[in-house]
Design a protein around this ligand. Structure first.
Ligand code: HEM
Length: 280
């Protein structure tokens, strides 16, 4: 907190609010935002995708129509990518390690990556930086003695699982935890799905195949597996699964985030990026 306040006070005029032009001179602030998004990604399990073709990932056969869940929270906690991952240490982004959240460095993907990656990154980053900078510039924050802040994330699943029909089993599929008849692996997903999926992945590996009822769901929990899926096979995994809830609340999935991959989505996304969310 003190280090951040010192940086902000050096750049911002004493009584003036921090403005967008100041942000480029605040590397520690940017590192604080990155470290927060690494430890607490607001969408711990990235918005689900679906494969449109049969594909091989890391040598395993993945059938068309398999759902994909990428556990961004687990990736941010992976000791293969981060020293002492449980520590809040913004300095890890300074001192030459130029890692960013724009979807090129798969160790840090709170905004997803590839074609379906978040078009609001730039907007969200500036708003977050301005909000934190101005709050820290004007106020000192502390918790009352003995009080601990619960910052655990909640991941929400929007599932339509009962009506999905089983496909014939394949031979060379990724490792799977034991499943039950009818419900598949649903009983292993607790109230915090990113945590349950993380512990399952520690037993079965960073690429697992689960079944939510009969629906096959591929779980990626490391930067290596998500790079393979969201970079090498990005096109095949660019669809979003159909969901009755999204059909109902998103005008028949006519929004950008839940519309199926295709010409309509392409045009909407391009309007979003070039017109709505561009700072030009
Ligand atoms: C800290 C803030 C935000 C976070 C962490 C976030 C995260 C995400 C993630 C993880 C995805 C899914 C990416 C993927 O499938 O690879 C996504 C998609 C999306 N986000 Fe964001 N987002 C944020 C802010 C915003 C803002 C401010 C906007 C717009 C004003 C926005 C608009 C969208 C849209 C339209 C999509 C769907 C893109 C597509 O399906 O092609 N997001 N976001």
């Amino acid at each position: 907190m003190k280090k951040l306040q010192a940086e902000i006070q050096l750049i911002a005029q004493s009584n003036q609010p921090v403005i967008e032009d100041d942000l480029d001179q605040m590397p520690y602030l940017k590192a604080v935002i990155k470290e927060t998004l690494r430890l607490h990604p607001p969408i711990p399990i990235i918005v689900p995708r679906e494969s449109t073709k049969d594909v091989q990932v890391k040598g395993y056969d993945i059938a068309a129509g398999t759902r994909l869940l990428v556990n961004a929270w687990a990736i941010g906690q992976d000791p293969a990518s981060w020293d002492e991952p449980e520590e809040f240490r913004p300095e890890r982004f300074l001192n030459g390690r130029s890692i960013d959240f724009r979807g090129h460095d798969f160790e840090l993907i709170p905004f997803g990556a590839g074609r379906r990656g978040c078009p609001g990154i730039q907007f969200a980053a500036v708003v977050d930086e301005l909000a934190v900078a101005n709050l820290v510039h004007k106020f000192d924050f502390a918790l009352p003695n003995g009080v601990e802040l619960d910052v655990s994330e909640v991941a929400v699943f929007l599932l339509k699982w009962l009506s999905i029909t089983a496909r014939p089993p394949r031979k060379n599929t990724p490792p799977s935890p034991q499943k039950l008849p009818v419900i598949g692996n649903l009983h292993q997903i607790g109230p915090f799905p990113h945590l349950s999926l993380h512990s399952l992945s520690q037993a079965h590996g960073p690429l697992m195949l689960l079944h939510f009822a009969a629906a096959p769901v591929l779980i990626a929990s490391s930067s290596f597996t998500s790079r393979d899926i969201m970079k090498t096979h990005d096109l095949i995994f660019s669809n979003r699964p159909k969901s009755t809830i999204c059909q109902k609340i998103m005008y028949g999935a006519k929004d950008v985030a839940f519309s199926p991959y295709g010409e309509y989505w392409r045009q909407m996304k391009s309007i979003c990026i070039l017109q709505l969310l561009s700072n030009k």
